[in-house]
Design a protein around this ligand. Structure first.
Ligand SMILES: [Zn+2]
Length: 70
């Protein structure tokens, strides 16, 4: 996977990200069957700096839906 860290967009919205953190996601039942632990990058803009990971993932889903409906 190629990530453009310099010009990354916030995971939760379309603002430019200023901070990146890696999160290890606990395996869900599905991914656990595959024996995989998922790691993902969470990009945050100033607006979402204080947002916790769970909320970021929810917002990311909303964002993906919006993008798909365009
Ligand atoms: Zn944001």
């Amino acid at each position: 996977m190629n990530i453009d860290f310099e010009n990354a967009e916030c995971t939760a919205c379309n603002n430019k990200s200023i901070d990146i953190r890696t999160e290890v996601l606990l395996p869900t039942e599905k991914s656990h069957q595959k024996g995989r632990i998922r790691k993902m990058y969470i990009f945050t803009c100033p607006k979402h700096l204080g947002t916790d990971t769970e909320q970021m993932l929810i917002l990311a889903k909303v964002k993906a839906k919006k993008a798909a409906s365009k």
